[in-house]
Design a protein. Structure first.
Length: 80
């Protein structure tokens, strides 16, 4: 997929790629959000940083971290 979409070899067949893991986690979070009744991730502190605190929900902290990792990888690919 990396070669077909981004023309970039993430070497994820031979090695574990943190970018691929992050994308997988982001897709799982998107699925979770599509089925969850109340959007708690939009509440300050629970789902995102607010006044230097948060996110308090561990899966949201992982989401923010994964999103940052994917954005850095995509910015690098675009710059190349």
């Amino acid at each position: 997929i990396g070669k077909a979409v981004f023309n970039y070899d993430f070497a994820s067949v031979e090695n574990q790629s943190p970018v691929i893991d992050a994308v997988y986690n982001l897709m799982q979070e998107a699925e979770h959000r599509s089925f969850f009744l109340l959007p708690y991730w939009k509440v300050p502190v629970f789902g995102h940083r607010f006044l230097g605190i948060g996110p308090l929900v561990p899966r949201q902290a992982q989401f923010v971290s994964d999103l940052d990792l994917v954005n850095v990888a995509l910015d690098t690919l675009i710059a190349e």
